[in-house]
Design a protein around this ligand. Sequence first.
Ligand code: AMP
Ligand code: GLY
Length: 423
Amino acid sequence: MNVLVIGGGGREHALCWALGRAPSVDNVHCAPGNAGIAGVAKCHPDVDPVDGDAVAELAHAVDADLVVVGPEAPLVAGVADTVRDVGISVFGPSSGAACIEGSKQFAKEIMTAAGVPTARYWSGDDPDAAVAALDGFEPPYVVKADGLAAGKGVHICAARAEAVTAIKETMVARRFGAAGTVVVVEEFLAGPEVSIFALCDGDDCRLLSPAQDFKRAFDGDMGPNTGGMGAWCPYPLDEATIAELEQTVFRPVLHELARRDLPYRGLLYGGLVLTDRGPQVLEFNARFGDPETQVVLPRLRTDLGLLLRACAEGRLADAPPVVWDGRACVTVVLASGGYPGEYRTGVTIDGLDAVSGDDQIVFHAGTEADGDRIRTAGGRVLAVSGLGRGVPDARTVAYAAADRVSFDDMHRREDIALHAGDG
Ligand code: AMP
Ligand code: GLY
């Protein structure tokens, strides 16, 4: 089959890489792609990933049997709907179903209706009522803009005054634009965070191996929130817990969405906190996580093309079983200095050719080719993944590979997966 992947980050590089190795896949295309993706797929840099008509036209032009939508923005914009309407199979939810990521209020409504364990919450569009609602919670207060705010709409506030400021900045000063029309105030959940991906076909689902990412910019979980600075897999959750999460979280959500005529065909990513009263859902995303995909897919032994196409066509039961490589995987993100704030781009990257071997993979996130050279073109530049017999081995392989790559102002965390397994 021919597959078209939409997006151009590290997650899409991992998707194109895994699809390229799948026996069922003949050709992989990617729009827009990046300098690393160009090594495993034919890139279409001029196609705008959020323009549904342009994506549908490209899908026809490359005779795609399957379109895989990577990032949330095209999903929320309805790109999957447009492509599905022209009769091409799509792995990625409709814009209505993608609201589970695009609106935190909607996500809470679905979870409540489906009886999914999640933080107690209040939501609404009146700033005074939001301030009053704080009295129903204990510090630390959690205040979230309802809509997509590029990962910046969540405030964890130690003091009430700080939470009031967060509400005013979000709802009155509109720091995140229309995303802050509604806010969600919720209970703080304490415990380790784990990311679980479910392949969904509208009705049925299969859970992938759990992973953990590192969201803060600096070692010791300090500094600002980022898209993710590294990840590791598998997070040690036992089979019984995973099976229970399938029954108590993922299946009820799929059924609730289907009941609302929003069948979910794509990747449902549950962000969970393992609290002392059991796992609780922090949020859902409508896509693969980045950089978790860069540690989950290198361990996948099953043909990814068959799995994603079966989901897209509502027949996951026909797909082969999901089989894992017994090794662990760790990825280290190499970022531009200053990220997630201001940073330089256009910096030449050295050492990419020095990474080789089937236990280490450099996934490109924000790169572009300039003749023979590869330059930085984003905040997160590369994700260097290593496989090893256990997490410490995988960590050693990933950091050794990352040591060979350099560019001016490069920043990485030194403690990715350092305490993996410590609980
Ligand atoms: P989000 O932008 O929704 O991914 O949230 C960013 C981060 O804020 C999450 O990864 C958590 O670390 C933290 N967070 C969000 N909501 C809560 C909560 N209710 N309790 C504790 N931490 C939270
Ligand atoms: N790694 C977090 C995310 O993809 O949202």
